[in-house]
Design a protein around this ligand. Structure first.
Ligand code: NAD
Ligand code: ZN
Ligand code: ZN
Length: 369
């Protein structure tokens, strides 16, 4: 049965986002329709609206959600109506070279399904019946969404879904960059650039990994206060530093073992690399505009054995990591409640995007009835 839903749509018409009435088609083979409970507003959603992350409009935004299975298509064997799920923004096929070697975040199918379901399928239409793209094979900033089963991970039904939604991107990305991509060792010295929805979770990841010094760097004083609440041992206001790299090297007693760039600019990538000690690793998490470049001193890669690497989706294996993060929350070892600064009704989506752009929230979350 097709369903009517309100959704947050980017049309590329000058407005940031619009809330529209859309139609969601029933699930085809190996697809499910979800009743979305909550969807976080991530900087990547904002980046679609300003061209940093160029995806073709008109497009339903949203890639950080949790909900309940409402309809099940033919051939779906491990999901049933009523199951609680977290959505994955990479629809990992489970069969390709990358999936088969434990790197589903790089899935060949998933990395092409960026504005439609795998195979280019469209299940979402606007009020005029015209097809709407969906961000990252999700488009879950909507009351309902039909997704491929490979984008959906079942979780327990005992944890509030607005908290679980955050695991779908910000938590997984930040925590995973530290614990999966970098595999930070106990006793490490870490620097996290950007204490937003992703960076705060990188800080939580550093705590989880046993880092003994965690320096948060941001340009907003309020974010640095949040960073302390999430486990940063030191903070540095980048807007007040004369020579940030020099100050970080001094503070860390000669440089960091690990630095995480959670903002999205080549200049900050260079800072992250620059503040490393010998043998250190800088991990790039922030998504810069396509033309943005960075530069590092080439010889330092050799003589100092430094590493510069990227982290997509916290190098997640969603079927292992999502339930694991839910478990850490249940055990009191992962902060999710504190991440949600403000909840919005879907009609307030433009406000939620403005609040994100102005840096007012740790995370803003759109909640549905
Ligand atoms: N790698 C991935 O898979 C992945 C997944 C999700 C998001 N992202 C990207 O991660 C980045 C962060 O996303 P978010 O949702 O946390 O954004 P956010 O807006 O919540 O946080 C960004 C933070 O960076 C701070 N900042 C801005 N300029 C700075 C500077 N010069 N130095 C230090 N801090 C600065 C801001 O004040 C803010 O606190 C974005 O680029 C987003 O697209 C990447
Ligand atoms: Zn995101
Ligand atoms: Zn694959």
């Amino acid at each position: 049965m097709q369903t009517h839903a309100k959704a947050v749509v980017f049309r590329g018409d000058g407005s940031t986002v619009r809330v529209e009435d859309i139609t969601v088609e029933p699930p085809g083979p190996n697809e499910v329709m979800l009743k979305i409970a909550a969807c976080g507003v991530c900087h990547s959603d904002l980046s679609v609206t300003n061209g940093t992350l160029p995806l073709p409009p008109p497009i339903v935004l949203g890639h950080e959600s949790a909900g309940v299975v409402a309809q099940v298509g033919d051939g779906v064997t491990d999901l049933k109506v009523g199951d609680h799920v977290i959505t994955s923004f990479v629809a990992a096929c489970g069969r390709c070279r990358y999936c088969s070697t434990g790197r589903p975040q790089l899935c060949d199918i998933g990395s092409t399904a960026v504005a439609a379901l795998p195979g280019g399928k469209v299940r979402t239409r606007d009020a005029q019946g015209q097809p709407l793209n969906v961000m990252a094979a999700c488009g879950v900033m909507a009351e309902y969404a039909t997704l491929h089963e490979t984008s959906v991970v079942k979780i327990v039904d005992t944890v509030p879904l607005d908290r679980c939604a955050l695991i779908g991107c910000g938590v997984m990305t930040g925590w995973g960059a530290v614990c999966n991509t970098a595999r930070v060792e106990p006793g490490s010295i870490c620097v996290v650039f950007g204490a937003g929805g992703v960076g705060l979770n990188a800080i939580q990841g550093c705590v989880n990994a046993g880092a003994t010094m965690i320096v948060a760097v941001d340009t907003m004083a309020a974010k640095l206060v949040m960073a302390k609440d999430f486990g940063a041992t030191h903070t540095l206001d980048a807007s007040k530093a004369d020579n940030l790299v020099k100050e970080l090297r001094k503070l860390t007693g000669g440089g960091a073992d690990y630095a995480f760039e959670c903002v999205g600019h080549g200049d900050i990538v260079a800072q992250a690399y620059g503040c490393l000690r010998k043998g250190g690793t800088a991990v790039v998490v922030g998504v810069a505009p396509p033309a943005n470049m960075t530069s590092v001193r080439t010889s330092s890669l050799v003589f100092e054995e430094k590493t510069l690497k990227g982290s997509y989706y916290g190098s997640t294996r969603p079927r292992v990591d999502f339930p694991r993060l839910v478990g850490l929350y249940q055990a009191g070892r992962l902060k999710l409640d504190e991440l949600i600064t403000r909840r919005y009704r879907i009609d307030e989506a433009p406000q939620a995007f403005d609040d994100l752009a102005q840096g007012r929230n740790a995370r803003g979350v759109i909640v549905f009835d």
